[in-house]
Write a protein of this length. Structure first.
Length: 75
């Protein structure tokens, strides 16, 4: 099992959340204040940047099969 932080379309209620299958939500969480979220039209992107902010997301416990599925989605 691995911990996976999701912040975009993989979050609960969004279009790709189903790809997490039976993964267990550990907590709602935030990154440290050193990132900025970008609008990339079809999906969000995150970069280290100034001005810095915290990115809101969810932390899931995922198995290796689910992690492979997410890796394929993210390219």
């Amino acid at each position: 099992m691995s911990l996976l932080f999701v912040y975009g379309t993989l979050k609960c209620g969004y279009c790709n959340h189903h790809l997490l299958g039976d993964s267990v939500l550990v907590s709602k969480n935030y990154t440290k204040e050193r990132f900025r979220m970008l609008d990339m039209n079809e999906f969000p992107g995150v970069v280290m940047s100034e001005p810095e902010s915290r990115i809101s997301g969810e932390l899931f416990n995922v198995d290796s099969e689910t992690l492979d599925i997410i890796d394929d989605l993210e390219g």
